[in-house]
Design a protein around this ligand. Structure first.
Ligand code: HEM
Length: 95
């Protein structure tokens, strides 16, 4: 399965979003996360559908001090479409 870079095709600054659904925050080895994302991980943030929806709507409501250059999406429909797209890069359970 090809990799989905955070920030879209060609973006280099973020972690990949493959198998993101259910993944603990800041758990990719070798990626240099910000202190804000590491604190979110220590607080137990896991990218389940509800948390991801909140994060995509308003990243700062889930992670304080992230260095992700993205301020969020307003339309719930856009948020749902982005989550559906990201989920298509997750390996289906049992595979
Ligand atoms: C719909 C748009 C986006 C979504 C859904 C998204 C999603 C995410 C998620 C879930 C993480 C945490 C990953 C983890 O814990 O391993 C993350 C981190 C990050 N993303 Fe994005 N992202 C988006 C747009 C962008 C854009 C436009 C950029 C930059 C051009 C970007 C750069 C980053 C960076 C640098 C991090 C690491 C943040 C940190 O350590 O504080 N993202 N993104």
């Amino acid at each position: 399965m090809r990799q989905l870079p955070c920030g879209g095709e060609g973006a280099k600054s973020g972690p990949h979003l493959n198998d993101l659904i259910g993944r603990p925050a800041a758990s990719l080895e070798g990626f240099s996360y910000s202190d804000g994302m590491l604190e979110a991980a220590e607080a137990g943030v896991v990218w389940d559908l509800e948390t991801l929806s909140k994060f995509i709507t308003k990243p700062r409501s889930v992670v304080n001090g992230s260095n992700m250059a993205f301020t969020g999406l307003r339309s719930p429909e856009d948020v749902a479409n982005v989550i559906a797209y990201i989920a298509s890069f997750s390996t289906p359970p049992g595979q």
